[in-house]
Design a protein around this ligand. Structure first.
Ligand code: C2E
Ligand code: CA
Ligand code: CA
Ligand code: CA
Length: 278
């Protein structure tokens, strides 16, 4: 019978079936998630290695779904990119980050906010206008805005992306190349890009304390950045000796679980009050 076929299918391909159904429902739910406040920004502190001061935070999105619970960004950002919903997600994240930055500013804290941008956000030229609108709404670029962009953003349509980045740069936005060293890097492209900062991916940092190949990679990436006149940030710092290595090697900033996981704004406040612990 028909019912029997369904059961047989469910027995042979249960994961695929469940997974694609979930994908389908997530895609249609993302828009209402935005409207209903199910998306949250978490904030991970970035330290300046020279003096240990907190310079700001990376803003990382979380979806607290009423049925599925916590959905990590790696599971829904790619879907949002496929459906085009990423534009609304990015717009929301930028607004939320600046709103929170304003609250911190009113409490006497000047924090640079780093927001992740999808490659697709650079393909349409709306992004600089969206940022300009938000600057006027939130009283300029106080504390500073950093946009973290992957290299692939520039590879798809270099001319378009570079124009968007130039415009953002002229508005005082700091541009950071995310996941540096992991993607399809193009040194020729990098040279043309109006960026300020390279962000060394955690793939090179997690085992930095003990892995000599990672140490060579990190030193090489830091050297490249130095020669290009770019600032450097390392993510994925999980222990004291990795932090010490980065400081000795001349990396400018660092973030990672050793300092703090990404936190909701209220917990970030608490963390700041207790920092430095010693
Ligand atoms: P990413 O931009 O490379 O972000 C760094 C990821 O490393 C974050 O994962 C962060 O929680 C994690 N991390 C930070 N420190 C450590 C550490 O010491 N150890 C380990 N093991 N991990 C660490 P998360 O928050 O799950 O985000 C995953 C990715 O999702 C991000 O990678 C980014 O590509 C994307 N994403 C997050 N929020 C947004 C957003 O608002 N917009 C867009 N377009 N993408 C976002
Ligand atoms: Ca990032
Ligand atoms: Ca990364
Ligand atoms: Ca990434």
């Amino acid at each position: 019978s028909c019912k029997g076929h369904h059961r047989a299918f469910a027995i042979y391909r249960p994961e695929l079936n469940k997974y694609s159904l979930q994908r389908l429902s997530l895609m249609s739910e993302l828009r209402s998630a935005l409207a209903e406040g199910q998306l949250k920004l978490y904030y991970q502190p970035k330290l300046m290695l020279a003096d240990g001061q907190v310079s700001g935070a990376e803003c990382l999105i979380r979806w607290i779904h009423p049925v599925h619970g916590f959905i990590p960004p790696d599971q829904f950002i790619p879907l949002a990119e496929q459906t085009g919903a990423i534009r609304d997600v990015t717009r929301w994240a930028l607004k939320e980050a600046m709103h929170q930055q304003q609250k911190w500013s009113q409490a006497g804290l000047s924090l640079n906010m780093a927001v992740n941008i999808s490659p697709l956000d650079l393909v349409d030229m709306q992004l600089p206008d969206i940022v300009a609108d938000l600057f006027s709404q939130y009283n300029g670029n106080q504390g500073g805005l950093t946009l973290e962009v992957t290299e692939s953003a520039v590879m798809s349509d270099p001319d378009m992306a570079i124009r968007a980045l130039e415009k953002l740069k002229s508005m005082g936005v700091i541009l950071s190349i995310d996941d540096f060293g992991t993607g399809y890097s193009s040194m020729a492209q990098l040279k043309k890009m109006p960026v300020h900062e390279l962000k060394i991916d955690k793939a090179f940092v997690l085992d930095l304390a003990t892995n000599s190949e990672d140490q060579i990679m990190v030193n090489t990436l830091l050297g490249l950045a130095r020669h290009l006149g770019l600032k450097t940030v390392a993510e994925g710092v999980e222990d004291a000796s990795s932090l010490a290595f980065l400081k000795r090697a001349g990396c400018h900033k660092a973030q990672g679980f050793y300092m703090s996981k990404p936190l909701p704004a209220a917990d970030f406040d608490m963390w700041l009050k207790n920092y430095p612990e010693s």
